[in-house]
Design a protein around this ligand. Structure first.
Ligand code: NAI
Length: 254
């Protein structure tokens, strides 16, 4: 699999799944722009990509501000002169049921998990169409495909991302832009640890509880999701569009 010389914009690229994806894309020859809120972590990921011989760029952005989205695409193209791939990875979760979810928590999750991917995808699709084609990969969730207690707004936003993926796949099919989604299950990142603490578990007890519920009986690694994203972004997935790829150790299958 190669991404030789292609340019990718990856949101939330300074940690977890986004960081693993940036490094894997760099290893496979891509030029990588990552967005994030922490310049120090961004610089570290850029240095790690460069260590793979890849050109890399950090773009500071808080995606709760919808006005920053379109300029991220423009800045990537201004730096690398083109764009072939967008990975909408940044996401936020608040472990709260319907009655406990505050307005602020609801609107933050909608802004980061749905509005930003829509605005970034629209802007990227305009540019990618003019260049003859490319790929968008959205990081949704198993919680976009099934319900779960105590995490209502997050489930709603991830379901929306799955439908955004299908609808855009059809809209952009004739522009030679493939649009697919990955649905991770439980993956060991800062987000999962935070969700366990929010629910009143210690990290260790929370992970042990989750492990028992996963058919494969282990928590996933960020690199395992990065590989699914790489596949969907690459030409190896040339006939895949509108696909919703579960990478969840069997959680949704059950
Ligand atoms: P993470 O917390 O390491 O990464 C999330 C990224 O999104 C971070 O880099 C964070 O800075 C960024 N982000 C959050 N709010 C932002 C904002 N307002 N502006 C800009 N960036 C913002 O967690 P992880 O697990 O790597 O999450 C990546 C994606 O995977 C998310 O979309 C998440 O919903 C999804 N996912 C994660 C699962 C897991 O078990 N870890 C399961 C299913 C989906």
């Amino acid at each position: 699999m190669t991404l030789d010389g292609k340019v990718a914009l990856i949101t939330g690229g300074t940690s977890g799944i986004g960081k693993a994806t940036a490094l894997l894309f760099a290893e496979h020859g891509a030029k990588v722009a990552i967005t994030g809120r922490n310049a120090e972590r961004g610089a570290a990921v850029v240095a790690a990509c460069e260590a793979h011989g890849a050109a890399a760029l950090f773009l500071a952005a808080d995606l709760t501000d919808s006005a920053v989205c379109a300029p991220l695409v423009a800045k990537t193209i201004a730096h690398f002169e083109r764009l072939e791939m967008l990975v909408n990875n940044a996401g936020i979760t608040h472990a709260a049921g319907t009655l406990e979810t505050t307005d602020a928590q609801y609107f933050e999750q909608v802004a980061v998990n749905v509005t930003a991917p829509f605005l970034l995808s629209r802007e990227a699709a305009r540019a990618i169409k003019d260049q003859g084609g490319g790929a968008i990969v959205n990081v949704a969730s198993d919680l976009g495909l099934r319900g779960e207690k105590g995490i209502t707004a997050y489930c709603a936003t991830k379901g929306a991302v799955i439908q955004l993926t299908r609808a855009m796949a059809i809209d952009q099919a004739e522009d030679n832009i493939r649009v697919n989604a990955v649905c991770p299950g439980e993956i060991h990142t800062g987000m999962l640890e935070g969700a366990m603490l929010d629910r009143g578990y210690t990290v260790e007890d929370g992970l042990a509880m989750l492990r028992e519920r996963i058919p494969i009986k282990r928590i996933g690694k960020p690199e395992e999701i990065a590989r699914a994203i790489l596949f969907l972004a690459s030409d190896e997935a040339s006939f895949c569009t509108g696909a919703i790829l579960s990478a969840d150790g069997g959680t949704v299958a059950r």
